[in-house]
Design a protein around this ligand. Structure first.
Ligand SMILES: Nc1ncnc2c1ncn2[C@@H]1O[C@H](COP(=O)(O)OP(=O)(O)OP(=O)(O)O)[C@@H](O)[C@H]1O
Ligand SMILES: [Mg+2]
Length: 496
């Protein structure tokens, strides 16, 4: 809970003392971990409400559909009332709702989240499509050619059209980019089909999300909570994790540097974070580590939520300074190792054995280790996490609809198909077809002309011959006539 003027959020109580996260250290990232049902989602909700009250916008993923209760006031029960007293919240706790914008890649339960193929880039797209290194290299060339030719890659049909174009003209590009095999390009085209059938194509298009629309406050200065419905999306772990990685990368690229702000500009919760690292190529893990490391100075805090810290690669884990560790089971040797590792990353508290305590924690209890406001890790505290002010259960459809109608984000609801590579290439092939038809007609006419000339030459030659024959005939007749006159003259002379 954010208590005005404290510059920190109150997360839990340990031995009668408040455990708080200083807002100026909230961009140093964090981890909420624990076995199933131990209280991770509730902790994420408590943090979300607190950030919102402190004027910090939040982005979070709803994997199980159990986070939407943020739009509904919590239920007053005996248990809640006891907790309010236990945590000393009597003066500041109210059962209340929070400002939420609902998002959904499929556009069914929230405003669609879209990006363009070119914004996603060939590397992340290759991961979604499950391409091999050679196919990824070819995809990079396709993007490069599209860029050189000014072809805009917005949606998947643009990509398909440009791959088709490259295939047709690959001989022209061979000297610049090397040989591109038709079979490779065809495989990339085929790999688009499963993505489309899973509805992944809805993610590529316009209007594309302007990341600044996630960084809003409501009229009372509460940070807007952006809730991405991931119930369907998370069934496709590669698309889910790559998409969220794109979001982080996009935030990193588009936001200006702010150094160490008094409070974060945005806090991002990444639930079921293990999906991001399962079967992920090393280069992408490095990229995640890089984005996580650098995004801090843009004022963005990233909190991974997962069952065990061992789900997160060491290089990324090392960047997560604020830890909330709920209970972990420690039955198998692998689980015991994970518990030992989780305990060892926290600054030890002489009052208890963290490794032993992790497996004894009850629901809603956690070992908490935050940075203090100077950035020094505090000793780990054995705490009970406070309760959220909004509803812990999912919200009703009516409450969600009310929120949906007034969040001002309806500009994303209607997809728009702007002119891009698909239309440009279609136009170009139409023009080329027209040109080819005109050239064919011209060639036909020229052939006809030549034939006519030939025919005319033949006819002229025949006419000339005929005329010449006639002239010769006439000349012969003239001569004959001359002879007749002469003969007649001679006869006259002779008769005399
Ligand atoms: N801080 C808390 N205050 C009150 N009740 C809590 C608290 N934390 C957890 N609970 C109770 O425990 C239940 C399970 O908690 P939660 O859903 O947060 O577990 P989880 O670790 O997210 O589980 P999963 O891994 O299955 O998602 C909640 O529905 C709530 O009843
Ligand atoms: Mg949960």
């Amino acid at each position: 809970m954010y208590i005005n003027g404290t510059n920190s959020i109150y997360m839990g109580l340990a031995e009668g003392e408040r455990v708080c996260l200083p807002l100026n250290m909230a961009n140093r990232h964090g981890l909420i971990s624990g076995a199933s049902g131990t209280g991770k989602t509730v902790t994420m909700k408590v943090m979300t409400e607190s950030f919102s009250d402190a004027g910090v916008p939040v982005f979070l993923c709803d994997i199980k559909g159990d986070v939407s209760g943020l739009v509904t006031p919590g239920e007053q029960t005996d248990g809640m009332e006891k907790r309010i007293d236990k945590f000393g919240l009597r003066d500041c706790f109210t059962y209340r709702s929070y400002p939420v914008t609902f998002w959904d890649v499929y556009g069914e339960t929230g405003h669609p989240v879209r990006t363009t193929v070119s914004e996603m880039g060939p590397d992340l797209l290759a991961r979604i499509l499950g391409l091999t290194e050679a196919q990824q290299a070819a995809l990079n060339v396709v993007f490069k050619i599209a860029d050189d030719r000014g072809l805009i890659l917005t949606d998947l049909k643009d990509l398909r059209a440009v791959i088709g174009y490259v295939n047709q003209h690959k001989a022209d590009y061979a000297s610049t980019y090397g040989n591109l095999a038709t079979v490779t390009l065809n495989t990339i085209i085929r790999s688009l089909l499963p993505l489309e059938s899973q509805g992944g194509d809805l993610f590529f298009g316009e209007p594309a999300l302007d990341i600044n629309d996630w960084i809003r406050t409501d009229s009372e200065g509460h940070g807007m909570i952006n809730l991405l419905d991931c119930t369907k999306l998370s069934l496709n772990p590669v698309l889910y994790s790559t998409m969220l990685l794109w979001m982080m990368a996009d935030l990193y690229e588009k936001l200006p540097e702010v150094g160490d702000p008094e409070k974060p500009r945005l806090v991002f919760f990444f639930d079921e974070a293990h999906m991001l690292f399962t079967d992920t190529p090393k280069v992408l893990v490095q990229r995640i580590e890089q984005v996580v490391r650098l995004i801090r100075s843009k004022g963005v805090g990233i909190y991974f939520v997962t069952q065990s810290p061992s789900d997160i690669p060491g290089i990324v884990l090392a960047q997560l300074s604020n830890r909330v560790q709920h209970a972990l089971r420690a039955y198998t040797p692998a689980e015991q190792k994970a518990v030992r590792a989780a305990a060892s990353t926290m600054r030890q508290n002489p009052a208890f054995n963290a490794e032993k305590r992790i497996s004894e924690l009850g629901v809603g209890e956690a070992l908490i280790s935050f940075l203090d406001e100077k950035g020094v890790p505090d000793i780990v505290r054995d705490a009970s996490v406070i309760c959220p002010q909004s509803l812990m259960a999912p919200a009703s459809k009516e409450d969600i609809d009310i929120c949906f109608a007034k969040d001002g984000m309806s500009k994303y609801d209607q997809a728009v198909d702007n002119q891009s590579a698909f239309e440009d290439l279609n136009y170009m092939s139409e023009i080329e077809a027209q040109k080819a038809a005109l050239e064919a007609e011209k060639a036909k006419l020229e052939k006809e002309k030549a034939e006519l000339e030939k025919k005319k030459q033949k006819e002229d030659a025949a006419a000339k011959k005929k005329t010449e024959r006639r002239i010769a005939q006439i000349e012969r007749q003239i001569i004959n006539t001359g002879f007749s006159i002469l003969r007649r003259g001679l006869l006259k002379i002779w008769k005399k």
